[in-house]
Design a protein around this ligand. Structure first.
Ligand SMILES: *Cc1c(COP(=O)(O)O)cnc(C)c1O
Length: 375
């Protein structure tokens, strides 16, 4: 890769392919793969990622909100796209773009049935989401009676799948709770799939679920973070490859005397001679203020440089005392060798939040294969 000349998010499509195949290798024969590409494919580029995964054979896509699904259709994604959190306001857009809603309450289900009836649809695919303990969205187990009746009486729709979401698949301490959730889902999907007039899929597992609860794959799994190279655990991370690498450059170097302060609110004061580098990267790019005061560390010429003081909107300053560097030098914020998970942990947060926060102001660059190979 040529050296960067500005802040860029480099996306390695070979790593994406590696992660996809790795996760896929964990699945039993015939289990479908739903690629979760919500939130700009976890802060990368939903269109590019979805088209690549479509070409690799991902059977289904999931987005959180309707407009994310519309953007995928416009980009040429032809496989089914499930909308995890449809809102009443956007039901027309859903059907206009052949998106499939995951319906989670009587209110939203009735609204969808009304529209589907009025439009004279037949067998429009819908998904029914059940709450098994996350207590976020979903019908409860006793709703199955009513839902089965609805399915029998409404030729306008067809229940394509039933799903639920697990609360703590990455946490071994919550294994008992997770097994309870799986048990609840097992009963629900059994009741539904046995009584529905047409074949119906069932899906429950997210990335950590695929890795830790392979017995609960049912007909499909939903994976997001794993595709982008993070498995919610050090061992798993070793088998995956980060797709996103955030790089920037040194904009200027400052030599401080003892007692000088750096940045807004004079949040850092040097107690001795120090050297700082200013980077063209700030909270408007997705490096939140929480990473200030040394909680975030970047790599400058192979050495760790902590962020000093407060992160500004468009810039931040790092301590490069003792690290040879000059204006224009490349800086690794996170990526292979200095992962988003490790960067996020310094501030008590998670890779999901860091990755999805990288703003649209940061240019995206695409490449195939490791950073030091020629594209
Ligand atoms: C975001 C999301 C996923 C993907 O979870 P990962 O941990 O990123 O694999 C799966 N299912 C639902 C319902 C989600 O909201």
């Amino acid at each position: 890769m040529p050296k960067v000349k500005e802040t860029v998010l480099q996306l390695d499509l070979t790593a994406l392919e590696h992660n996809y195949r790795h996760l896929r290798s964990k699945l039993d024969h015939g289990v479908k793969f739903m690629a979760v590409v919500k939130a700009f494919a976890y802060g990368s580029d939903a269109q590019k990622v979805a088209l690549h995964l479509q070409s690799l054979g991902a059977e289904y896509f999931a987005v959180a909100y309707t407009k994310e699904g519309v953007a995928l259709r416009e980009a040429g994604v032809t496989r089914p796209i499930m909308v995890l959190h449809p809102q009443e306001l956007h039901l027309e857009d859903i059907v206009d773009h052949c998106l499939e809603p995951s319906l989670y309450s009587h209110h939203i289900l009735s609204a969808f049935l009304k529209m589907a009836g009025e439009k004279g649809f037949k067998d429009y695919p819908i998904h029914l989401k059940f709450n098994t303990g996350l207590n976020r969205l979903g019908f409860c187990e006793r709703d199955t009676v009513h839902l089965l009746e609805m399915a029998r009486q409404n030729p306008a729709v067809r229940v394509a799948s039933v799903l639920s979401h697990l609360a703590a698949t990455e946490d071994p301490a919550e294994r008992e709770f997770t097994l309870q959730q799986i048990h609840r889902f097992h009963n629900i999907q059994k009741r539904m799939t046995e009584a529905l007039p047409a074949p119906c899929m069932a899906h429950l597992l997210n990335t950590s679920g695929i890795l830790n609860y392979p017995q609960a794959q049912y007909s499909m799994v939903r994976s997001g973070i794993g595709l982008y190279g993070y498995g919610n655990g050090a061992d798993e991370d070793l088998q995956m490859r980060p797709v996103a690498t955030l790089k920037t450059i040194v904009a200027q170097v400052h030599h401080l005397e003892a007692g000088e302060s750096v940045g807004y609110n004079r949040a850092y004061t040097s107690s001795e001679k120090r050297t700082t580098a200013t980077l063209p990267l700030g909270h408007a790019d997705g490096i939140a203020r929480i990473y200030g005061h040394g909680r975030g560390q970047v790599m400058v010429n192979g050495q760790k440089a902590p962020i000093v003081g407060n992160v500004c909107m468009d810039m931040l300053m790092v301590d490069v005392t003792g690290i040879p560097c000059k204006e224009g030098d490349e800086v690794l914020v996170f990526g292979p060798g200095h992962t988003a998970a490790a960067f996020a942990e310094g501030a008590g947060t998670i890779s999901y939040e860091l990755l999805t926060g990288i703003s649209q102001r940061v240019a995206r660059q695409y490449h195939y294969g490791p950073q030091d190979a020629d594209p």
